[in-house]
Each structure stands twice: as structure tokens, then as C-alpha cells.
Design a protein around this ligand. Structure first.
Ligand code: NDP
Length: 331
């Protein structure tokens, strides 16, 4: 059925400026790492993206290798985009990345100029786009001078194939260096994409200061710890067959089971706040001033809607924050 975006889509969710740039991002963004590959149901992905845009989620995050198979998330997103969203291109922030393994041979991964620029051309072709809004170096490359990788991002922007440059998984020292190189080239680094959740807190260990000093924004990925910080695994002895943990590749059963006692306590606290655990976990990531947007995944419209409602209650009392720390530190 022909899609028309909801007229009230900009009335519900807040947008925040990304660092010192002019760009506003939705406080919740949607990532296509999982659930949009050829192994997934296309119409479910379409329904989630339509609903997200109707709710005001303007930012969709991809990477060359998302799938499986690698590349298929971009191909499927491209199809969805052309069927549903093309007329809204100027309302969308679409990002992609290069750096992880994508094609055979010495140029199919990491951060050489050759690899990064070829990867962007492939991504644009798969999605059928003239440009992406944000193009990231997905990970730092110890074998390539940072000047070369950042030079490739700068070149992509000058070519008009990307509007902004970003980095992901760079540590504080690499972040400072990358920011200085890009600033000198005249393409300030817009954004840093980093893992952050109650279970992964590297952002708090010096990285947030480096990001703020550089005037960059920060978008945090896997804020639900890949689904652990939700009610997904709360049933006794039951791993849902359609869950990420059941697939077992990126989220291991042992990990889920080991974290369950903490998840149960966090769930109880969320209920006292009048929220689902997913909503509390997302609000918790957004409490840091450095965090522009929290980048979720969703395998259904129900999950997406649950998550977006996190924005109804973002505040925490000092006592609640302390209780969360106590739970996280418990054995
Ligand atoms: P999340 O931590 O949000 O996990 C998403 C998964 O959690 C969903 O697929 C679903 O799993 C489950 N889930 C989500 N909402 C709910 C809910 N309300 N109730 C129950 N279960 C729920 O994020 P992701 O790990 O998916 O990462 C998000 C995005 O971040 C990626 O798509 C990608 O764009 C980016 N990313 C970037 C990386 C980088 O190196 N730069 C690395 C990893 C991610 P299920 O399938 O079981 O239903």
C-alpha cells in the first residue's frame, strides 16, 4: 500500500543538536544492524521503518556489512527508501560506515583511502542514494596513518557523497587526534558512535570528555545491551526462538543467563518508576549531557513503540541512580 507519512510526526519526540554542529538528531534513532538482512522478513522491516518515521525518528543508521549477508541491510533499506521514503529525503539522516570486513583481498576492510572510498561507493550503489548524511570510519585502523583515514572522510564530504564525517569505536586519544586532523582539513568531525548501556560503560572512562572537548556529538549503540535490558529474557528457562540470543552469534546465551538476576532487579525498579525496563534503560543512556541520541534496534513495531515511549520520562532521582549502581555492582 502506498505510504504517506503521518502529518503529526514532528509533534512527539525531541531533537537535540549534535555537538557544536547545526544538525539536530532525534533523541532516539534506529539502527539496521540486525532485522533488515535477507534472512529477515522484509515487510516487518518496512512496518518498523514506517512507524519510526511516523513517530518522528528521522535518523536511520547502517553500515556496509550489515545483513546477513553483508550488504543486504543496505540493499533492503534502499528498496524501502525508494518505495516509501524517497519524497522525504530531505527529512532523513541516513548514515553508513566503512571499516569492518566487507570484501575479499587487502582492500575489503580497515581504513586505507582505497578501502574507505570504495566502500562508500558500494554503499551508495546498494542503497540507490546520491549521498549519505553521515559517513563513519567504523573502527580505527592500527595499520593506516590516521591522516589517511580522516583524509578519506574529508574527501567523501568534498565529493558531495557525504554531508558529515563521523568516527566509531575510537578511544579517547584517537578521538582527539581524529578531531584535530578533520578540523585542520576543514571538515569538523560531527559525531562519535560508541557502545553504551548499563552493562557497557567505556564512554564514562575519559571518552565523553574527549568527545565534548572536540565539540562532537555522541550517538550510543546497543543501549539495551542487544535486548538484555528489556523483558525479552525474563521468562524462566525460556529463550524466545525468534530472539537475538537464540541466533547466538552476537549475543550469547551464557551472557544473558549470567545477567538475569541484575535484569530482574532492574525490571522491578523500572516498574516502580512506571516504565518498562527498556524505557528505563534508554532514559538512563540519555541522562549524560554528551549523548545526543540513543541508537536502538527493533525486531517489531511493538518494540519500537515501547522504546520511543522512553522519552515520556527521562528524569531520574539521585536515589534511583544509586539503586541502579547498587544493582549493577551486585554479584
Ligand atoms: P539494542 O541494544 O537496542 O538491541 C536491539 C534488540 O533488542 C532488538 O533487535 C530486539 O532483539 C531487542 N529489543 C529492542 N527493543 C525491545 C523491547 N522494547 N522489548 C524487548 N526487546 C527489545 O541495539 P542493537 O544492538 O540492535 O544496536 C543498535 C544499532 O546500533 C545497530 O542497528 C547499529 O546501527 C548500531 N551499532 C553500531 C555498532 C558500531 O560498531 N558502530 C555496533 C553495534 C551496533 P530481538 O531481535 O531479540 O527481538
Amino acid at each position: 500500500m502506498h505510504y504517506q507519512a503521518a502529518p503529526g510526526r514532528y509533534q512527539s519526540i525531541p531533537y537535540q543538536r549534535c555537538g557544536q554542529s547545526g544538525l539536530l538528531l532525534p533523541r532516539i534513532s534506529l539502527g539496521l544492524w540486525h532485522n533488515w538482512g535477507d534472512v529477515d522478513r522484509f515487510e516487518t522491516g518496512r512496518a518498523v521503518i514506517r512507524r519510526a518515521f511516523d513517530l518522528g525518528v528521522t535518523h536511520f543508521d547502517l553500515a556496509n556489512n550489515y545483513g546477513p549477508p553483508p550488504g543486504s541491510a543496505e540493499t533492503n533499506f534502499g528498496r524501502l527508501f525508494h518505495e516509501d521514503l524517497a519524497v522525504y529525503r530531505d527529512e532523513l539522516i541516513i548514515s553508513t560506515k566503512a571499516g569492518y570486513h566487507m570484501w575479499p583481498g587487502p582492500y575489503g576492510e580497515w581504513g586505507s583511502r582505497k578501502s574507505v572510498l570504495a566502500s562508500l561507493d558500494q554503499s551508495l550503489k546498494r542503497m540507490g542514494l546520491e549521498y549519505v548524511d553521515i559517513f563513519y570510519s567504523h573502527r580505527p585502523d592500527p595499520g593506516t596513518p590516521l591522516e589517511e583515514t580522516m583524509g578519506a572522510l574529508d574527501h567523501a564530504v568534498r565529493q558531495g557523497k557525504a554531508l558529515y564525517a563521523g568516527i566509531s569505536n575510537y578511544n579517547p586519544a584517537q578521538t582527539r587526534q581524529a578531531a584535530a586532523i578533520l578540523r585542520a582539513l576543514g571538515t569538523p568531525c560531527l559525531i562519535h558512535q560508541q557502545s553504551y548501556s548499563m552493562f557497557r560503560r567505556e564512554l564514562e572512562e575519559g571518552l565523553s570528555a574527549a568527545i565534548e572537548e572536540a565539540g562532537m556529538g555522541c550517538i550510543v549503540f546497543s543501549p539495551l545491551a542487544q535486548g538484555q535490558l528489556t523483558d525479552r529474557y525474563l521468562q524462566e528457562n525460556e529463550i524466545p526462538a525468534d530472539s537475538r540470543a537464540a541466533r547466538g552469534q552476537f549475543l550469547k546465551l551464557e551472557q544473558v543467563q549470567a545477567n538475569l538476576p541484575k535484569v530482574r532487579s532492574l525490571h522491578a525498579l523500572a516498574q516502580k518508576r512506571g516504565q518498562t525496563l527498556a524505557q528505563m534503560a534508554l532514559a538512563w543512556t540519555l541522562r549524560l549531557p554528551v549523548v545526543t541520541s540513543t541508537l536502538i534496534g527493533a525486531s517489531s513495531v511493538r518494540q519500537l513503540e515501547d522504546n520511543v515511549k522512553a522519552l515520556d520520562r527521562l528524569d531520574f532521582s539521585a536515589a534511583e541512580l544509586e539503586q541502579i549502581e547498587t544493582i549493577l555492582k551486585s554479584k
